[in-house]
Structure formats: structure tokens, C-alpha cells
Design a protein around this ligand. Structure first.
Ligand SMILES: *Cc1c(COP(=O)(O)O)cnc(C)c1O
Length: 364
């Protein structure tokens, strides 16, 4: 008896929870003043760009990269001040590291817990890996709701907790004592995601040795290397040697390894750029606060979240004026009428502020 041919479709084969997802949307940005993705607006000095040109010209791109990224890890260590005994795992962006963590901990029924609103990839990657996602609401001013979070931890017994420190898209730095209480109460692994460390006043890297269940994740994307795709996870060898098994062997290419190593040898250049961005953040915040109808939230990152009436129309008004920011209205209910602007160069921010004022005036 011959089998009846069945029609194979994506709908019949792809897991329903994947079909229910929307792909992470990246809007076209060519020609815009681009203030939507927390990129560093500054170029590198000409001399350094010349050095990078030579370095890439001589690179052995016919060879696989160093799978252990030995040199690059040394350079990361030299700028990171890891407590002794702590190791590194590298990712093709820190997004990939979130995925490695979830893959490792996704026992049937295991919970990935975070707070809301926060970085959307935590929830997406929970779906990719079959973990059950639990999001604990932040308070009205986007602080941690410590009691609610501790209650959820007790109830859900999460295998994996992500806390973005500072948080995206809200920009604030959570209370460090509350984060410590969460680490102590969690029966699973807590990952403090320090994507915005270069713009923030605090870090959990110095506390790594204090907690067996703490890892700290960082990315170089927001510091000026978004195009290289490089993030790292720092923590004890006991954790990282297990997670290494899930890292695909050549996940950081030859060119990103070479270029990032060179840039980290000129870390002072990047830190000076981060310093300018922080100063510009202060200026942008003070101007935003003077615009009638705009409420800007405090930020320790390289972006500012603000609320304005008719946010989606304002967002469109900005776009018509050539400025692209991020519209968060219509997503999480706590972000109703909220927009997020990346801190750009003074010239970019001036264009943004003029376009914002004009868009508000037009709708008034
Ligand atoms: C941007 C961001 C990341 C991811 O950055 P990569 O470019 O993938 O390294 C991770 N966490 C938070 C909170 C972010 O904002």
C-alpha cells in the first residue's frame, strides 16, 4: 500500500508558538536622522580608521576564526576589571547569549522570568526555546516592584531571571538593593544585563564572586560597535563551561575579533565618546523637560523615554520631518503614549528637538 502524499506547509510543521510570533521588526532607516536603535553617533578618529583598514587588509579571512577568541578575551579582560576566577563567554551580540542561556535551562516547564516593560528579546527567546515566560510588572515610575517580584519568584520558581540594568526601554537603573534581594531569593540563575554599562553609574560585575547564581552580560553594541555584533557573559567557570557547549564554535568572526581587539586597545577613545553622549543626554533631558506636554523619564542609558499626547501621530510627524525614533505606543500598556529617542550628536538632537516641537505645534 502506498502512502497518501500529504501537503507539507509551514503551517502544518512549524510549532504553533513560533507561528504566533512576529519577527523582530527593524524599519528602513536610510536617509533618516537615525535615533531609534541606541547606536553611538560618532565616527572613529581618522588614524584609528586607517589602522583598522590595514588590519582587515591583512586578515586571514580564508581561515576560520580562533574559536576560543584568545586575544579578544584578553583585551576584554583588560578593560573590564573582572573579579579573580571569573571567566568570559562571547556571543554574536548579547542576543545570542540570551539564547544560549535559555537553551541550556529550558527543561520541560522551566520558567524564564523578567520584568515588564523590559527588553523584548527575553520573552521572544523564551518562546524560541520552549520556556514558559513570566513578566512581573514594574511600578508606575518603572521601578522594580520588589514584593511582587519576590512573590512571583516564590510562586514560579524560575530557572532563569533577566534584569536589564539599566532597563530598556525605560532607561532607569533599578535599585541595587532590590536586585540583590532578587538574586538571593531566586532558586535559578539571575543574569544582570548591562547593555548600557558605559552610560550607567553602577554595575554588578564587582559582586560576581558573592553569588553562585549570578552572571553579568554586556554588549559592545551601544559603546560604538553595533555593526561588529559582540557581547559577553561574565561569571564563574562552573557556569560558563556548561554554557560553552551550546555556543556555536565560530560565532564571532575573524573581522569582529580583530577589529574589537584593536578598538579595546583604544578604549579611552570609546569612553570619551560615551562621556560626550552622557553630557549630551543631560542637555537633551533638560531641553525635553521644557517642552510643554512632554514628560521625560530619568535615564542612565544612551536614550530617553518620554510620554507625549498622541504619541503615534508625533512619531509619524517626526518621520515626515526626517527623524526616526522608536514608537512604543500600542505595545505594553505601561508604555501608552511613550516614545524612545537615542541620544545622538548635538546636531542630530537639535534636528530631533525642532521636529518634535513642530510636530507638537501642528497637532495642537
Ligand atoms: C541592545 C540590547 C541588547 C542586545 O544587544 P546586542 O546588540 O545583541 O549585543 C541586550 N540587552 C539589552 C537590554 C539591550 O538594550
Amino acid at each position: 500500500m502506498s502512502s497518501v502524499p500529504t501537503i507539507v506547509t509551514p503551517q502544518s510543521l512549524i510549532r504553533p508558538e513560533i507561528q504566533a510570533l512576529h519577527a523582530y521588526h527593524v524599519p528602513p532607516s536610510v536617509g533618516f536622522v537615525k535615533l531609534d536603535a541606541m547606536e553611538n553617533p560618532y565616527f572613529l578618529p581618522q588614524s584609528l580608521r586607517q589602522e583598522l583598514a590595514q588590519l582587515t587588509a591583512d586578515a586571514a579571512i580564508n581561515r576560520y576564526p580562533d574559536a576560543g577568541a584568545y586575544d579578544l578575551k584578553l583585551h576584554i579582560r583588560s578593560v573590564t576589571n573582572l573579579p579573580s576566577g571569573m571567566d568570559l563567554l562571547l556571543g554574536n551580540g548579547s542576543d545570542e547569549i540570551i539564547q544560549v542561556l535559555a537553551l541550556a535551562l529550558a527543561k520541560p516547564g522551566a520558567v524564564l522570568l523578567s520584568v515588564e516593560p523590559s527588553f523584548v528579546m527575553y520573552k521572544m527567546i523564551a518562546a524560541f526555546t520552549g520556556m514558559r515566560y513570566v513578566g512581573v510588572p514594574l511600578t508606575q515610575d518603572f521601578s522594580l516592584d520588589l514584593q511582587a517580584t519576590l512573590d512571583a519568584i516564590k510562586r514560579e520558581q524560575p530557572a532563569l531571571v533577566f534584569l536589564a540594568y539599566p532597563n530598556n526601554p525605560t532607561g532607569n537603573l533599578f535599585d541595587a538593593e532590590a536586585v540583590r534581594r532578587i538574586i538571593e531569593a531566586t532558586p535559578g540563575l539571575v543574569v544582570v544585563d548591562e547593555a548600557y554599562y558605559a552610560f550607567a553609574s553602577d554595575s554588578f560585575i564587582p559582586h560576581l564572586a558573592r553569588y553562585d547564581n549570578l552572571l553579568v552580560m554586556r554588549t559592545f553594541s551601544k559603546l560604538g560597535m553595533a555593526g561588529l555584533r559582540l557581547g559577553f557573559l561574565a561569571g564563574s567557570k562552573a557556569w560558563l563551561e556548561q554554557l560553552e557547549k551550546l555556543r556555536l564554535p565560530y560565532n564571532v568572526g575573524v573581522l569582529p575579533q580583530l577589529v574589537a581587539s584593536k578598538l579595546l586597545q583604544h578604549h579611552d577613545v570609546l569612553l570619551a565618546q560615551a562621556e560626550s553622549i552622557k553630557q549630551e543626554r543631560t542637555r537633551l533631558m533638560s531641553v525635553l523637560s521644557t517642552i510643554r506636554g512632554v514628560k521625560a523619564f530619568p535615564s542612565e542609558a544612551n536614550f530617553i523615554l518620554f510620554r507625549v499626547a498622541k504619541a503615534t501621530q508625533i512619531f509619524e510627524g517626526l518621520k515626515q520631518r526626517g527623524v526616526l525614533i522608536k514608537n512604543l505606543n500600542g505595545g505594553h500598556p505601561a508604555l501608552a503614549d511613550c516614545l524612545r529617542v537615542t541620544v545622538g550628536s548635538p546636531e542630530e538632537d537639535a534636528k530631533f528637538l525642532a521636529a518634535l516641537q513642530n510636530s507638537i505645534n501642528q497637532l495642537a
